[in-house]
Design a protein around this ligand. Structure first.
Ligand code: SER
Length: 342
């Protein structure tokens, strides 16, 4: 299924359930405490904290996001991208845990012929926050997931906040088992390559401050409403539904890998780690990711520079150029100059 179709099905599903479809906001975060839009919820922070009254109780979006924390993992794992699109549904004081779980389950397991993604229900695992008996019971009752496939984790994995003072809450993550050829048995707590996280449902109900780490923060109190913030990784769902091996090989990114292969005369080959050719594969995946992120940032008005957002663009471009050089390409390869793009 094409990435564009996965996106369309997501928005149609939630629109049918009374959500207002909201266009993606800029990558330059509308929230002054964040450099970039790091999640689908960022444009909605004022509604989640209660600072502003939302014009709708339910919203859905496909938000472009940039996160550079894991930049060194890009190209080496199946799933780390500096740019990605997050499909999200949001409830501002309307439905809560049960609704979020039911809507998500319906979309991922509904047959493809019926507008869903058609994942095999027996291959779905979920995690819930350590003390969240309610979420565990709902997964069992609403989705009929046996308790053996409902795992519990602490704050580091199953509590979500932006990393800044603001809204937060326990979360529940949905994973797809890719099969024994991809790793060890035992669910996401054992192997996150075999069990790939596709969707995070956050039960946004608290205000947090003094955020020092994922699991080191202080809860100030309850938010005025119990809200829902979810984020589904569009590229991750695409790589599963397109039967490819990682997010860089999906329809929206593979053409860049193919062009890098063509320009360098190297063959992209899914070589295993340690094989000759593996490093070149990583370089082509890095290029596919970084070129996309840099272009999307430039499209949102960020120019390369020596500080803050501009420095991130510069770093992405430099890393792309370096990867091309390591592939043996020393000459400029684009027909346009940056000045023409800007
Ligand atoms: N905000 C949560 C996340 O980014 C869910 O959208 O994972």
């Amino acid at each position: 299924m094409e990435t564009a179709e996965i996106r369309r099905r997501f928005l149609n599903h939630f629109e049918r359930e009374g959500h207002t479809v909201v266009p993606s906001a800029s990558l330059v975060s509308p929230d002054p405490t964040l450099l970039f839009t790091v999640a689908g919820m960022v444009p909605f922070i004022p509604y989640l904290t209660g600072r502003e009254t939302p014009p709708y109780k339910r919203a859905a979006s496909v938000q472009k996001c940039v996160r550079t924390l894991d930049i060194d993992e890009v190209g080496k794992t199946t799933r780390h991208g500096t740019f990605f699109q997050m499909n999200g549904n949001f409830s501002f004081g309307d439905y809560f845990k049960e609704g979020a779980i039911a809507y998500a389950w319906d979309l991922i397991t509904k047959p493809q012929s019926d507008g869903g993604y058609g994942f095999d229900p027996d291959k779905i695992w979920v995690t819930v926050y350590q003390q969240d008996d309610e979420a565990a019971a709902l997964w069992n009752r609403v989705a009929d997931i046996p308790y053996e496939r409902i795992q519990r984790r602490g704050k580091k994995d199953n509590y979500w906040h932006t990393g800044q003072p603001g809204p937060g809450g326990p979360c529940s993550e949905i994973y797809v088992d890719r099969g024994p050829e991809y790793g060890r048995d035992g669910g996401p707590i054992v192997d996150e390559d075999r069990f790939l996280e596709i969707w995070n449902l956050v039960f946004m109900q608290e205000a947090v401050t003094e955020v020092k780490a994922k699991d080191d923060f202080r809860v100030v109190g309850d938010l005025p409403n119990k809200n829902i913030d979810t984020g589904m990784g569009l590229e991750r769902v695409a790589f599963l539904l397109q039967g490819v091996e990682n997010m860089y090989e999906i329809d929206q990114m593979m053409p860049v890998i193919e062009r890098a292969a063509e320009l360098s005369g190297k063959k992209y080959g899914r070589h295993a780690k340690g094989d000759p050719g593996y490093d070149d594969d990583v370089r082509m995946r890095v290029i596919a990711d970084h070129v996309r992120s840099a272009l999307m940032l430039i499209g949102d008005g960020v120019a390369p520079s020596n500080e803050a957002r501009g420095y991130v663009v510069r770093r992405l471009l430099r890393r792309s150029v370096r990867a091309m050089r390591l592939l043996g390409v020393d000459e400029p390869v684009a027909d346009v100059t940056l000045a023409q793009v800007l």
